[in-house]
Design a protein. Structure first.
Length: 385
């Protein structure tokens, strides 16, 4: 099969093979030479028909399924793996707007065009009402049998390596930046008493920031291992918002940006003040970095009775590609391996603080990240200390 131009994404077909034809394809592929050797392979091996439906899978593939006892025949890969985008359109997996950026879809499209392909794929999925992420290397190759084209795919789980690599890169980047700032401040100190007082105050602030960054990275690491403890207390939301605003007032001022805080009276909730502050601080920092001089970042809260809504808003617009990758580990528009912000925000808010986080972004209204938190949440078992 000679390679042709790769199919455009997202896919537009909604047709699927069913009944006797699908069963025949499953039998043809299972009987294809050498396929039996893949059953005990240490990596997931699958085969898809021309409509990207699963017609073969080995034992290792079951480790990627939300339920190892399920029968994935006839499903597309995103549907079998519970990808959050697989149910967005009538066509299912491969037909949503996001799918044009999906590594698995790109690899399958390349194979359907007759070429070998290898892609990284990050699958954002929901399993038992909880978010998780699969980081995969997806290799595909077309083959023919019974006058039909099929796609052989090998999927290698690199989640652990990605997690470790991302953690090390971001940790070293953030710590080195702050340590360099401390070094520069200390270098500026001369023998005058005024200079010592001025720069030691700056150095103390930088050391506090360094400590906070180390604690944040430790919290993310513990959260990913399921070992983070929630220190629940009564949190005055307006006070917390004003505190976060003050943390970045100088940064905003230096860039010609205004940080506006809209409080909600004396509203109090039960939460972990430290985790919530870290989430809001990161969102505010990201919002400031996305702005231009003269822009305004708004940090607001709304009392909804038995819950509260916190919004971080800025006038910038997030591109479609970035929107499709928000909340994914290791994704960043800044540099390779710099993607903790929104990923950690969802991890803390949804897995530990009993809330929800989402966003909207348009040219008309800018970008808003909205956090919803109950007044008195039910924390995950074993995570409330």
């Amino acid at each position: 099969m000679e390679p042709s131009a790769m199919l455009s994404l997202p896919f537009t077909d909604i047709e699927r093979d069913t009944g006797p034809l699908l069963n025949e394809q499953i039998r043809w592929v299972s009987e294809y030479r050498g396929m039996d050797l893949f059953q005990e392979f240490p990596v997931a091996v699958m085969a898809f028909n021309r409509h990207r439906q699963i017609v073969f899978y080995n034992e290792k593939t079951k480790s990627f399924l939300p339920d190892a006892s399920m029968n994935p025949y006839g499903l597309r890969p995103g549907e079998a793996f519970a990808c959050i985008h697989a149910r967005e359109t009538e066509g299912g997996c491969g037909t949503a707007a996001f799918c044009r950026y999906c590594g698995a879809a790109r690899s399958i499209a390349s194979a359907l065009s007759g070429a070998l392909n290898l892609q990284e794929c990050k699958i954002d999925r929901t399993v038992s009402d909880r978010h998780s992420q699969l980081d995969l290397l997806v290799w595909t190759k077309p083959f023919h049998t019974h006058d039909q084209v099929f796609i052989l795919a090998a999927l290698v789980d690199v989640s652990a390596e990605q997690r470790r690599d991302t953690f090390e890169r971001i940790f070293l980047h953030d710590i080195l930046n702050t340590a360099t700032s401390i070094h520069s401040i200390l270098y500026l100190i001369d023998d005058s008493e005024t200079s010592v007082r001025q720069y030691l105050a700056l150095a103390k602030r930088a050391v506090d920031q360094l400590t906070e960054e180390i604690e944040t990275h430790r919290s993310i690491w513990d959260a990913e291992q399921g070992a983070l403890r929630v220190n629940a207390s009564v949190v005055d939301v307006s006070d917390l918002l004003q505190h976060v605003s003050s943390l970045y007032s100088r940064m905003a001022e230096e860039r010609g940006i205004l940080v506006e805080t809209l409080v909600c009276g004396s509203k109090k909730i039960i939460s972990d003040a430290v985790l919530l502050k870290r989430v809001l601080a990161n969102l505010v920092k990201n919002a400031i970095e996305a702005c231009h001089p003269g822009d305004t970042v708004t940090l607001a809260c709304r009392d909804l009775g038995e819950s509260i809504e916190i919004e971080v808003k800025n006038p910038a617009v997030i591109s479609e590609e970035v929107q499709s990758n928000l909340f994914k580990r290791a994704y960043s528009t800044k540099a390779r391996g710099r993607g903790w912000g929104t990923y950690a925000a969802r991890l803390f808010i949804e897995e530990y603080l009993g809330g929800r986080i989402g966003f909207t972004s348009s040219a008309e209204s800018g970008t808003s990240f909205i956090i919803s938190l109950p007044d008195d949440p039910i924390f995950p078992p074993g995570k409330n200390s």
